[in-house]
Design a binder for this molecule. Sequence first.
Ligand code: COI
Length: 332
Amino acid sequence: MKLIDYGVRSDEKPYIEEWSKENGIEVKIVTDLLTPETVQMAKGFDGIVAYQQLPYDEKIFDTMNEFGIHVLSLRNVGVDNVPFEALKKNQIRLTNVPSYSPEAIAEYSVTGLMALLRNLKHMIRKVDDHDFTWAPDIGRELNQLTVGVAGTGRIGRAAMKIYQGFGAKIIAYDKFHNPEIEKQGLYVDSLDELLKKSDVVTLHIPSLGKGHTLINKDSISEMKDNAIVVNTARGDLINTEDLYDAVVDGKLYGAVLDVYENEVGVFNNDLNGQELDDKLLEKVVKSPKFILTPHIAFYTTKAVKNMATISLNSMVDEIKNGKSENEINLEK
Ligand code: COI
């Protein structure tokens, strides 16, 4: 069996090499992303592993079919950039890594929130300039707040445990009820109710699809004054312009954004010294009321190792047994 792994970063490479040695399976490591051009390198391989934020072009799958490659294994969880119809047309199966470390993302959500509640961005900027004064950066305490968790999958539940440890009051919403959360009586009946009752709304759900936002002018008007939004899920869940305006107007306190609707091509790129074309992003970066980071909630040694190895294991299962526990249902 010969596999090819695309878009590999330097921090992932040692884990892939170790897996290859341990399993005695050749893995060609490629730093390029998977595109209609680079897919040509896959000729003669049995399966393709990849991770990228760039949308996967439909033409890739025609070529895979032509080369007799019928499995694409992603090193990440999100499949919103994969055209399912093109996979189906070419009889290509897809796997992802649904759980590489829910704790990594949950811990980061809380880290971002704590930083915002204690105004760390502004305080650190002041200290960098030798301004050691306290005001106006008086903090707020998590133990006095109601945290509304939107989405009680693995990440949402891991976050809830941490918030409970801090003594916050927790409420949750999910269209699929988890028995553990149900038992604790934490579910509210609707997203509207969650928005109305929460001091902090933390998002742990997948993208709702193009043009469908959860946080926008209308939903913000339902939220408590001084509330906070935390998003480590998908950028397109939020109309960022509306969110920014609500913070500037003083309706909301601020936001933690580890994802951003127009992050592709910006996040994980060094644009040091360059002006950003995206003026909204520039304003968000500058504002002390936004903790903005470049999609790094997942970025821990544990998560990266799991992403590298679980994706390869799924690929082996698919090739050897025609199925894997991480295969995505393309009909959903
Ligand atoms: C995903 O796994 O889909 C993520 O959002 C993390 C990614 C940046 C590797």
